[in-house]
Ligand binder design. Structure first.
Ligand code: ATP
Ligand code: MG
Length: 464
């Protein structure tokens, strides 16, 4: 049976030490929550986060682990640093009626542990295991659900969802990460928790979304939200893509195309997964039908960039991540042709940025898979990749930084004060150097500045 698969050798030594020290001091201590679920499902790799549930109070834990730190959001958690990473030790959460009359006997311990487990969200998350005694506690039927691949709320689903509006989002997240189906009553309760879902702190939603995006198929999670009518609560721009028809380049509407692009993007690259999620959000707003009935989406990448920023700000993503994702959305429509000149390749690298090119290619590959036409790998990308690599190896100037002159040279040559004009001249010089790398010699550039810019900032394009 399942329990036979559990062995204390699956738990890192330092985590076993924490359990042992707590138990030797007379407390109960179990591996609890997600780690137990992962161990029981035989998931590879082994759990990274270790949660320990204990009957010891936070003060008692701190006495045993003076280096432990009481950590924020979850009341009663002491984070104990170990060589296997931080171990979160949390006192069993029990109603005050038990707490007030605390008898440290076995019966109380079992009641406390079970009560703690019953406050958890889903049955598969509501199991505890003591690897030292090899004792598994599963009061809500997590094991059969785990074996059947079913995500079932602990207790009455709607009550639990209304207690904490994050739980419906977690349901979607676990549906994606575990690949589980929602138990029927659990799924049916989701729509009625809409108000509560909207009240959750954005940071918590963001965290679940990021976990969902690391799933093999995030689409499973988005589909849970869509079917429950909850997608628009936090991601109205994704909801608006539903049933928006496309054109002959696509087998799916914008919504399913988005989902499949997301699935096809590399799971270990959250930036690309996010960009995939948002890459076509500008389509509903820019859609136009031509006379022949084909749809066009001119400039949807620019509208999409703005909308992606709005969405990510709503979810309180960092500025840096938002910029990187918005940039990929903006750039995703590049249209490589073998006829591109080397200068065109250099301009492409300049506008995308060296650091974003691999991500942009990953996004394009996923976008291609997501169109559903099964046209195979876009081979022109290999050609472009080769030309980009060759350009980078040639170490030609690709940015202002690479020019053999700088702003002070421009100011000295033209007797100019600092100001935007200096930057404009440098931009123009770079444009010309991208076109003709041999211009990037200090003397030639200085001459170009004196000749071309003393009167007219725009300069002339023909340098002979
Ligand atoms: P992961 O492996 O992705 O971290 P996890 O199951 O450990 O998954 P966490 O978000 O780390 O998920 O939460 C740890 C445990 O705490 C869960 O397994 C669950 O038992 C409980 N839990 C977390 N959030 C909630 C919640 N909102 N409501 C009820 N129980 C929760
Ligand atoms: Mg966890």
């Amino acid at each position: 049976m399942t329990q036979a698969r559990l062995s204390s050798t699956q738990v890192p030594g330092p985590i076993l030490d924490v359990l042992r020290r707590l138990q030797e001091a007379g407390h109960r201590a179990y591996v609890i929550g997600g780690a137990t679920r992962e161990l029981l499902s035989g998931a590879r790799p082994a759990p990274q986060d270790w949660d320990v549930g204990t009957s010891a109070t936070p003060e008692e834990v701190l006495r045993l682990y003076p280096k432990g730190v009481a950590t924020g959001a979850r009341f009663g958690t002491i984070t104990v640093p170990t060589e296997a990473g931080p171990c979160e030790v949390t006192t069993f959460r029990v109603e005050s009626e038990y707490k007030d009359a605390r008898h440290p006997d076995r019966v109380t311990f079992v009641r406390e542990l079970e009560e703690d487990l019953r406050r958890r969200d889903f049955t598969v998350n509501a199991m505890a295991w003591d690897p030292l005694a090899d004792r598994l506690v599963d009061p809500t039927g997590g094991i059969p659900d785990l074996e059947a691949g079913v995500l079932r709320a602990v207790g009455d689903p709607l009550t639990r969802f209304r207690e904490d509006g994050l739980r419906p989002i977690r349901a979607a997240r676990f549906a994606a990460t575990l690949g589980f189906a929602l138990e029927e009553k659990t799924e049916r309760a989701l729509p009625d928790a809409r108000t509560e879902v909207g009240r959750v702190a954005a940071e918590r939603v963001q965290e679940e979304l990021m976990k969902m995006l690391r799933a093999p198929e995030p689409s499973r999670g988005f589909e849970v939200l869509r079917r429950a009518g909850l997608l628009g609560v936090w991601l109205p721009e994704i909801e608006k893509t539903i049933a928006v028809p496309q054109n002959r380049y696509h087998a799916y509407d914008v919504y399913f195309h988005t989902l499949y692009t997301c699935d096809a993007a590399p799971a270990e690259k959250p930036v690309v997964r996010l960009a995939a999620l948002f890459h076509d959000v500008g389509k509903p707003e820019t859609r136009q039908e031509r006379e022949d009935g084909e749809a066009t989406f001119y400039n949807h990448q620019f509208v999409g960039e703005r909308m992606a920023r709005e969405a990510m700000e709503r979810l309180r993503f960092s500025r840096d991540l938002t910029d990187r994702v918005a940039h990929l959305v903006r750039q995703h429509m590049f249209d490589y042709r073998p006829q591109w000149t080397d200068a065109a390749v250099r301009r492409f690298i300049r506008s995308v940025g060296v650091e974003a090119i691999a991500d942009l290619f990953d996004l394009r590959i996923a976008d291609n898979v997501g169109n559903g036409l099964k046209t195979g790998f876009p081979h022109y990308l290999e050609e472009l990749r080769g030309r980009v690599d060759a350009t980078l190896e040639a170490e030609e100037a690709l940015s202002i930084r690479d020019l053999e002159v700088d702003g002070s040279d421009v100011m000295a040559a033209l007797d100019l004060p600092p100001g935007p004009r200096v930057g404009k001249i440098l931009d123009q010089l770079l444009e010309e150097v991208l076109e003709n790398p041999s211009l990037n010699r200090r003397e030639r550039l200085l001459e170009r500045i004196r000749q071309g810019f003393s009167i007219d900032t725009q300069g002339s394009r023909d340098l002979g």
